[in-house]
Design a protein around this ligand. Structure first.
Ligand SMILES: *Cc1c(COP(=O)(O)O)cnc(C)c1O
Length: 229
């Protein structure tokens, strides 16, 4: 078994231990930023069907070289409006939408004949200025705007907890995302995705209702060139 396959097996085991019989379907997005083509192929061979990338320039040649793989590509990086065209043309999901203007740019750029682009609203649950995302209280307004846009399909919310060792604090932050999603559903807007949880905190995210995890290091090992995302 490849190291990647072994890591993936360990992650899946921890997910089912954490869920304790809850039959929730959980999608693991293997975050392949800074990883080479061979690593992505190994993860695919080990059963990964969803991959996440954070940098458009790095991702485009990679996606082209891997176009034979039947996988779903998630753009999880910062969404710059001037990159909207490339993102809308090459990715299946975008997780970091935190402004109506950027969403509109994606909608306008999604090519004719493609399925609608799946979108998550990014919510700032850590209250850190450096992290993107709307305030939890603003998530409903943006969700409503995006739900009305053509060529986009609003799927849910994405958030990142602070890098803290305090598991209660992580849970408190993830609960903010869950509650924001509940408020959106209560307003009659259909969403099915809570994208939260990374290598160091996916168990707390699962405990607060995550059904999409974005996991890099725990699958691929340390990134060679660890840029802040
Ligand atoms: C890099 C990144 C991840 C994965 O981080 P790991 O700690 O390696 O699991 C998840 N989400 C986003 C938005 C990222 O930028």
């Amino acid at each position: 078994m490849s190291p990647i396959a072994a890591n993936l097996q360990a992650v899946r085991r921890r997910i089912s231990e954490t869920l304790q019989g809850d039959s929730r379907a959980v999608t693991v997005v293997a975050v392949s930023k800074s990883q080479g083509l061979e690593a992505v192929r190994q993860a695919h061979d080990a059963g990964c069907r969803d991959f996440g990338e954070s940098y458009v320039q790095e991702a485009l040649p990679k996606l082209a070289a891997l176009s034979d793989l039947p996988v779903t590509w998630h753009y999880i990086g910062h969404l710059q409006t001037n990159k909207a065209r490339d993102i809308a043309a090459h990715f299946d999901w975008v997780h970091g939408v935190d402004r109506a203007k950027a969403a509109a740019a994606l909608a306008k750029s999604r090519p004719e004949g493609y399925a609608p682009l799946n979108v998550c609203v990014q919510v700032n649950i850590s209250d850190e200025e450096t992290k993107g995302g709307v305030d939890p209280a603003q998530a409903l307004v943006l969700a409503r705007e995006i739900a009305a846009m053509p060529r986009l399909r609003l799927r849910g919310l994405m958030g990142m907890a602070s890098p803290t060792d305090d598991v209660d604090e992580r849970r408190r932050q993830f609960a903010l995302l869950r509650k924001a999603a509940e408020a959106i559903r209560a307003a009659g807007i259909e969403i099915d995705t809570l994208s939260m949880g990374m290598s160091d905190d996916y168990r707390e995210a699962l405990q607060e209702g995550a059904n999409m995890l974005r996991i890099g290091t725990a699958i691929f090992g340390e990134r060679k060139n660890k840029k802040a995302a």
